[in-house]
Design a protein around this ligand. Sequence first.
Ligand code: ADP
Length: 276
Amino acid sequence: MSAARPPIVEFRGVEKTFHSGTPKAFTAIREVSFRIDDIPEHGEFVAIVGPSGCGKSTILNLIHGFPDVYPPTRGEVLVRGEGVAGPGRDRGMVFQRYSSFPHLTVLDNVLFGLELNASSLGLSRAARSELAREWIAKVGLAGHEHKYPHQLSGGQQQRVAIARTLVLKPRIILMDEPFSALDEPTRYEMQRLIMELWHEVEATVLIVTHSLAEAVFLGDRVWVMTRAPGRIAAEIKDAIPPTRDVDPLAVQESREFKEAVAEVARVFREVEAGGS
Ligand code: ADP
């Protein structure tokens, strides 16, 4: 690992107060500091859990550079050593719902970002279309190119959202409760898909989830946040079993896995009770 490489994402003493200076002022996060190293050819998967409203999405939104949330009230948000200047192709976001445009077909949804970045990508129209179709096939939606999101199931809609994000090969993928609206079997399918596709892009992933099992399955490390103003009270890493290239259903039934989830749950309760 090169010591000269700046972290892929770094927060230094970050605070975000919404409606600052008004009676509605609300501090969502405070004193959030972390660094995620940029390991070549190996992105890391960080899962963030914490009580509802503790600022998990705020962290993702700051990294993404959403104008509604960025900049922080205090501290620094650095992506590869530089302040975030706004959303960019290097960072992709997948939400729980509505990540795709309802009035565009699957193909046009996946093409959208490619068209938007056509000049910097340097791809011909034909190459863009081919790439979009490739990703549609990778997420298992070949044959559905000309359907609209409302003609697809919830799981299929999330596949579109994943394809339209990953087609741009972002270095950082931000996922905000991406599978929370799905039934359990579909959720497992999506977890399997994400693990598979991740090898293709080797990005750093930050995922917010309220499922501790999902955090343990997908995460290389799990951060547990306090109630708002949220900060990262604990990081669980050693207790997390390796889950790459294994079947999500089989591993989640294993004793080692269940013990890891129990450990995260224990820390979660301790943090919520004001322990850490
Ligand atoms: P979580 O993802 O942990 O549920 P959020 O980061 O979504 O929490 O929100 C934390 C708090 O900040 C909530 O009280 C929410 O209402 C507030 N908040 C989040 N985004 C905004 C915004 N753009 N404007 C005003 N308040 C916001």
